[in-house]
Design a protein around this ligand. Structure first.
Ligand code: SAM
Length: 189
């Protein structure tokens, strides 16, 4: 797959790396644009759990405004981490770690945290609440929009989504990024 021409350069480079690696588990462009828009509101350090081949990281990077804003991203699969690191080899604002996301537990607090190590991410609120600075944003994607409460997915209550939407440490919303896809945005109180 070649990248559409209207993508930010860094995202197009990430797609090229993904294609060479035969990797397709990247965030969709609608989510990417959401990440970029949110990243443009951020300073400090943003983090991503689950780099894949760096497409989500690239979207975040495309939104960064200032030279002091950093992104740190962790990928368990060393081959994928190496591939993603290629994209940012000349970029001092992005650090790709070949590591479990738990490596990032002592690198916070983060101004934005993109939880993308599962489908959807299995990382619960308790594991990361203290990693996010006040006013910081957590993003989770890969949800199927749901109009009922509690949210149902695959015939069961989606307890992860329910937890993120009700935890008192966060003010949260589920936003549809496409007719068949939604993301959660949770802001730390
Ligand atoms: C959905 S993909 C990531 C896509 C990427 N964030 C993007 O937007 O293009 C999930 C990735 O998380 C990685 N992963 C799974 N468990 C992990 C863990 N415990 N720590 C770090 N990465 C993990 C997987 O190897 C996989 O590459």
């Amino acid at each position: 797959m070649s990248a559409p021409p209207d993508l930010p350069d860094v995202v197009a480079r990430a797609f090229d790396v993904s294609r060479k690696a035969g990797y397709v588990s990247f965030c969709r462009n609608e989510t990417g644009r959401l990440l970029a828009a949110l990243a443009a509101t951020r300073e400090g350090t943003m983090a991503e759990f689950g780099t894949g081949c760096g497409v989500g990281t690239a979207w975040l990077r495309s939104g960064v405004r200032g030279p002091d804003t950093k992104i740190v991203t962790a990928e368990l699969n060393a081959k994928l981490a190496d591939a993603a690191a290629e994209i940012f080899v000349d970029d001092e604002q992005v650090e790709v770690l070949s590591a479990d996301w738990s490596t990032l537990l002592d690198k916070g607090p983060f101004s934005l945290l993109f939880l993308d190590s599962g489908e959807p991410s299995e990382v619960g609120v308790d594991s990361v609440a203290d990693l996010v600075e006040p006013g910081g944003i957590v993003v989770l994607d890969d949800f199927t929009p749901c109009e009922v409460w509690p949210p149902i997915a695959y015939g069961r209550v989606d307890t992860l989504r329910e937890q993120w939407l009700t935890d008192e440490r966060f003010t949260s919303v589920e936003v549809m990024v496409a007719p068949d896809a939604s993301a959660l945005i949770a802001t730390k109180r």
